[in-house]
Ligand binder design. Structure first.
Ligand SMILES: Nc1ncnc2c1ncn2[C@@H]1O[C@H](COP(=O)(O)OP(=O)(O)OP(=O)(O)O)[C@@H](O)[C@H]1O
Length: 291
């Protein structure tokens, strides 16, 4: 099985400010490990650097410094050409990530052939059916010839997950995979990811701004603020007993009681605590009163 280590990842972007160009540090030294059968959640507000980390893991963006090492079960790094088989991404927008002109079968057969998982049409058609079974689009025969506009948002996201699995992925990076779906179908897609992680021993990086689902669907949580990890630990501990003022603030601001941890139990005290702790000094980059 495959393990991924992100070590001290840094990403700087150059941004134009009128005529001037300035450097923006989107990710400032983030490290974590993705292991088979475990989910790590990256949580943080918009702009905290979550997607940039996902894009670096998926090799859509090059780190400014730091490294990402993917190793097989014997601990040796996998060759570069294997990286893309093993590490795949599920994007936020299932409407944009599928090609409206192609059938579901095409979306699955293409990576199967491209990554050498199937030889020829018959084998790839069979494997495409198997992939649809794994993401519970049943019976597969009902879905193979459909085009994206003939699917619901949840069904599209299942196709996107099946496509990510097609190359033989063992590490899935899911970047806000349900935030664009109807609330009523979000849970189904998250449960599917959890089942795949459990039954197929996948390593999952779950990126979200939703603390409640991070708590329920991950083993470890990393809280990101301005590109840095301000708190990390076992999911329940981070949500139920947050130490860092920023985590407390996020938890207190969450509309979902499940994510509020002590706030949910202790009512106004912790909200007040979070409010008082929300003193971020933009000049020093420090949080006042951090525990
Ligand atoms: N290509 C880019 N060029 C310049 N700046 C960028 C680029 N991509 C991201 N940024 C900046 O890097 C910072 C982190 O952005 P990122 O998209 O990683 O955050 P995020 O936590 O994923 O936010 P969201 O939830 O809104 O996607 C932001 O300030 C963003 O404006």
């Amino acid at each position: 099985m495959t393990t991924l280590q992100a070590r001290d990842l840094v990403k700087d972007f150059t941004v134009r400010n009128g005529l001037r160009r300035t450097a923006l540090r989107a990710v400032g030294g983030v490290s974590f490990t993705l292991e088979p059968g475990r989910t790590v959640a990256l949580v943080g507000e918009s702009g905290s650097g979550k997607s940039t980390i996902a894009r670096m893991i998926a090799r859509l963006e090059k780190p400014t410094s730091g490294e990402i090492v993917v190793a097989g079960s014997d601990g040796t790094p996998v060759p570069d050409r294997d990286y893309r088989h093993r590490v795949q991404m599920v994007f936020q927008d299932p409407f944009a990530s599928l090609n409206p002109f192609h059938t579901v079968e095409h979306h699955l057969v293409r990576p199967l052939l491209l990554h050498g998982r199937a030889r020829g049409r018959a084998e790839s058609a069979l494997l495409a059916e198997e992939l649809l079974q794994r993401v519970t689009l049943l019976p597969p025969g009902d879905f193979l010839q459909r085009r994206p506009h003939e699917l619901s948002g949840g069904q599209r996201q299942r196709v996107a997950i099946a496509r990510a699995l097609a190359p033989g992925a063992e590490i899935l990076v899911a970047d806000e995979p349900v935030s664009m779906l109807d609330v009523s179908i979000r849970l189904g897609v998250l449960k599917l990811l959890a089942r795949l992680q459990r039954e197929e021993n996948l390593a999952v990086l779950y990126i979200t701004h939703d603390l409640a689902t991070a708590r329920h669907f991950s083993d470890e949580i990393l809280v990101l603020h301005r590109g840095r990890v301000v708190e990390r630990g076992p999911a329940d501990a981070v949500i139920l007993d947050p130490r860092h003022p920023y985590t407390k603030l996020l938890a207190a601001a969450s509309p979902n009681p499940d994510a509020r941890g002590r706030t949910f139990d202790a009512g106004r005290d912790v909200v007040a605590e979070a409010g008082a702790a929300a003193a971020y000094d933009h000049h020093t980059g420090q949080w006042e009163g951090a525990a």
